[in-house]
Ligand binder design. Structure first.
Ligand code: UD1
Ligand code: UDP
Length: 371
């Protein structure tokens, strides 16, 4: 009999990293695939659902403006629990480290439904960076039945925590599957990513710096440091910064106050995935505190300066395509300037590396779920 898989997710990065798996599950008659979104994110999640052509079976529509962690956790736990009681799946699949992931996995555990954790085993070793994601991952890692680690480093971290080695598998990261998929879509239909053309024209002749920033642990001083650095970098006539601003009001208030109206900075709305892939493509380098961007940029050979104190994704740093620069504006400016002015330093970082997988992760995870 086909195994019923309920995939639970809630934010933009989870949707990006799960759509390749959902596509494969839907085509495989060993499974009945069902989906539940918490909609912890709304607009940013809907952008991914639209391009990936996914119509969720359950939409809890949980997002409220400026939501708090405890309130969101409580509503996600009870909402997802109700869906589990209705669906009674054989497996619950979650991906990553958000509140939805932790709450969805916990709701499954409370019903003794086995959990498959995609992108398991990432650890920074610091429960305050990334916050609260490091603990969310550890919670799920403590009871998942199947741990799909993207790399050997992540698998080793789980084994160090005494997770049963038989339940840990290195599958690669599904973000590479997603990136391949979107690249092929754009090749076949360039109009999907043509919306940046005006900005590309406005900034012709300048080197583009693609940027994202949204981490909770950077709110306040960290965000102001990042904004200050961008202001100084964008004062150069030979660069332009394109920054799709995350919808979190804690990000938007600071960035709009500090960066709006600067000639060489385009503050734009969150891009859908094809347009973000285009931004990666046209960027000389990336400035980001995002998890996903740390994985995508190395795969495309784009240097990424990671505006965080620690990373649970050391592979990009080890491969030499990512560098941790924190949120101190002097350091961000210095490292960006080095990449802009020192050709050898740039060439050393701008090499494509694929520590995060080969684009076949979703198929491997499916086979593991089939047992
Ligand atoms: C969440 C995750 C973080 C992940 C990030 C990806 C948690 C605790 N945090 O952070 O791990 O890296 O998503 O982007 O799970 N908002 C909108 N529309 C949207 C999305 C967000 O308006 O489509 C605004 C709302 O005011 C919302 C706020 O952003 O309350 C915060 O959203 P939330 O999901 O709690 O946190 P993020 O900072 O997005
Ligand atoms: N992304 C996107 N549009 C944007 C910014 C990012 O589609 O405007 C994609 C990006 O390619 C990556 C993912 O969103 O796959 C990263 O999400 P985010 O930075 O919000 O979360 P994190 O990865 O830090 O959890």
């Amino acid at each position: 009999m086909a195994s019923k898989i309920l995939t639970v997710f809630g934010t933009r990065p989870e949707a990006i990293k799960l759509f390749p798996l959902i596509h494969v599950l839907e085509r495989d008659d060993r499974f009945v695939s069902r989906t539940c979104i918490s909609a912890q994110h709304r607009a940013m999640l809907d952008q991914v659902l639209a391009i990936a052509n996914i119509a969720p079976d359950h939409d809890l529509d949980l997002m409220t403006p400026g939501q708090t962690l405890d309130e969101l956790t409580a509503r996600a736990l009870t909402g997802i629990g109700r869906v589990l009681d209705m669906e009674k799946p054989d497996w619950v699949v979650v991906q990553g480290d958000t509140t939805t992931v932790m709450a969805g996995a916990l709701a499954a555990y409370y019903r003794q439904i086995p959990v498959c954790h995609v992108e398991a085993g990432l650890r920074s070793g610091d429960i305050h960076h990334p916050w609260p994601e490091e603990v969310n991952r550890k919670v799920v890692g403590s009871f998942a039945a199947l741990h799909c680690a993207p790399t050997e480093t992540a698998a080793a971290a789980l084994r160090r925590e005494n997770v049963d080695p038989a339940s840990v598998h290195v599958t690669g990261n599904t973000v590479i599957d997603a990136l391949h998929w979107v690249t092929t879509r754009i090749e076949n239909e360039p109009a999907l990513a043509s919306g940046l053309a005006e900005l590309e024209k406005r900034f012709a002749g300048k080197r583009i710096i693609g940027m994202t920033s949204h981490r909770r642990e950077n709110f306040g001083e960290g965000m102001r440091g990042i904004a200050d650095a961008v202001k100084r970098i964008a004062a150069r006539p030979d660069v332009a910064v394109i920054f799709p601003v995350h919808l979190n009001p804690n990000v938007r208030e600071v960035m709009n106050a500090e960066l709006a109206g600067l000639d060489n900075v385009a503050l734009i709305e969150p891009l859908d995935y094809p347009h973000f892939a285009r931004l990666l493509d046209i960027s000389y380098l990336m400035l980001s505190d995002s998890g996903g961007v740390q994985e995508e940029a190395p795969a495309l050979g784009k240097p990424v300066l990671v505006m965080r104190e620690t990373t649970e994704r050391p592979e990009g740093v080890e491969a030499g395509t990512a560098l941790l620069v924190g949120t101190d504006p002097d350091r961000i400016v210095a490292e960006t300037t080095r990449l802009l002015d020192d050709e050898a330093a740039y060439a050393a970082m701008a090499r494509a590396h694929n520590p995060f997988g080969d684009g076949q992760s979703a198929t491997r995870i499916c086979d593991l779920l089939a047992g």
